[in-house]
Design a protein around this ligand. Structure first.
Ligand SMILES: Cc1ncc(COP(=O)(O)O)c(C=O)c1O
Length: 402
């Protein structure tokens, strides 16, 4: 076995230099919605994983990633997974949900937040959003709790914390489990405490669009020790292979249900390079966010659009920048106006309660008006770590000319 424990930082890779050259050429023409960021040591770490001859999961780089994620979320433990979607599916398995159990989710979220529970036969119960942060409206949660409710899922939209004090208090009062879908929120905090540390379990995403990425990846963050041992088993196809590798059992076997949620060392190596560069990545993203906020504040006030609201007790991780237009026609027109200038902006979630699948769970139009308005009127502007001031000026000037 090679020693990948102390990664060698000296290796320079032509491929990364070329990627930067290509990025430079491309950036003078089209402004994409997202451009993957290469922190610098990804290829070197992957090479070390190859030299170490351990390419399946749970090697040196996976363990390093687990520890970095654990520390960044101030949690008890973290397990790297193949996606945030899979971490959410693991939560549903860990809760041993039964058909017709209910899980309260925001309607304004990604499909996986609800689908992971539907996959186990549970019923997602859709909650509307708060008008300020677009997070789950904590004031509406009590009216959705029934004797079948098992859990509340807090999705920290754009990495701005949900009202965790209220949500935790409601969960305690009714004996419910709190789960966090923290796909956007790595390094965000609520009242000084890191997002990902509030729920019994939290799910992280390392998809290409996230602040820290390995293309496709995620993590299950564990804050309740009851779930730790079983999480390892579910992630390893229902076997106790993790215990076997630690030498605590002399052979491994099938002990529970499970699936294959463990990413390869190659992905873990890429991710470690990104997580280690967290300070630099976050300071670059903060600059991008602040330039948008400074450049667009007056335009928003003039045109009746709103900018993201970050309450004083939340600190955000600069995951995305969006504006909410006064109506859906203006939103569509702005996206087209930007596209005509080779700038790719995007809308966000089509509210789940009104989707064909959401309607099968009893959702109907008009049920979550704040989520419906956000789904119709919100535009996400291009936002990526290495976005240059020149690129951003082009986007800001184009919006001002709308
Ligand atoms: C709130 C939320 N949850 C979950 C996911 C799914 O993440 P992944 O692609 O890592 O499965 C996303 C995707 O962007 C998301 O926005």
């Amino acid at each position: 076995m090679g020693t990948a424990a102390t990664p060698d930082c000296s290796i320079r890779h032509d491929s990364i230099v070329w990627l930067r050259v290509v990025n430079h050429i491309v950036s003078s023409v089209r402004i994409p919605f997202n451009r993957p960021y290469v922190a610098g040591l990804e290829a070197a770490y992957i090479e070390q994983a190859i030299e170490g001859m351990h390419l399946s999961g749970d090697g040196v780089f996976t363990r390093r990633a687990n520890e970095l994620i654990r520390a960044m979320t101030s949690s008890r433990a973290a397990l790297l997974t193949t996606s945030c979607t899979h971490a959410l599916e693991m939560m549903a398995l860990l809760l041993a949900l039964q058909p017709d159990d209910e899980v309260i989710v925001p309607s304004f979220t990604f499909v996986s937040t609800a689908n992971a529970f539907a996959l186990r036969g549970a019923r997602p119960v859709f909650c509307d959003s708060r008008p300020d942060t677009l997070n789950i409206d904590d004031a509406l949660i009590p009216s959705l709790i029934t004797p079948r409710t098992r859990a509340i899922v807090a999705v920290h939209y754009a990495g701005v914390g949900c009202e965790m004090d209220a949500i935790l208090q409601q969960a305690r009062a009714h004996g419910l489990v709190v789960l966090e879908d923290n796909a956007h929120g790595m390094l965000g905090a609520y009242r000084g405490r890191p997002l990902g540390s509030f729920g019994s379990l939290a799910a992280q995403s390392f998809h290409e669009t996230k602040n820290f990425s390995c293309g496709e990846g995620g993590a299950l963050v564990i804050n309740d020790d009851r779930f730790g041992a079983r999480a390892e088993i579910l992630r390893e196809k229902g076997t106790n292979r993790s215990q076997f590798f630690r030498g605590t059992v002399d052979k491994y076997t099938w002990v529970d249900i499970g699936s294959s949620y463990l990413p390869s060392e190659i992905l873990a190596a890429f991710l470690v390079a990104q997580l280690e560069a967290a300070d630099r990545i976050q300071s670059q993203r903060q600059q991008v966010w602040t330039r948008y906020a400074d450049g667009l504040a007056d335009w928003c006030a003039r045109s009746g659009a709103t900018m993201p609201i970050v309450p004083a007790h939340c600190s955000q991780p600069y995951h995305m920048f969006y504006v909410v237009l006064p109506n859906g026609e203006m939103r569509t027109a702005l996206i087209e106006h930007l596209r005509a200038r080779d700038i790719h902006a995007a809308f966000h979630y089509v509210p789940l309660h009104a989707s064909p699948m959401g309607q099968r769970f009893g959702g109907r139009r008009g049920q979550c008006p704040v989520a419906e308005r956000a789904g119709e009127c919100l535009v996400r502007l291009p936002f990526f770590t290495a976005m240059t001031a020149g690129e951003q000026s082009r986007v800001i000037d184009a919006v001002l000319a709308f």
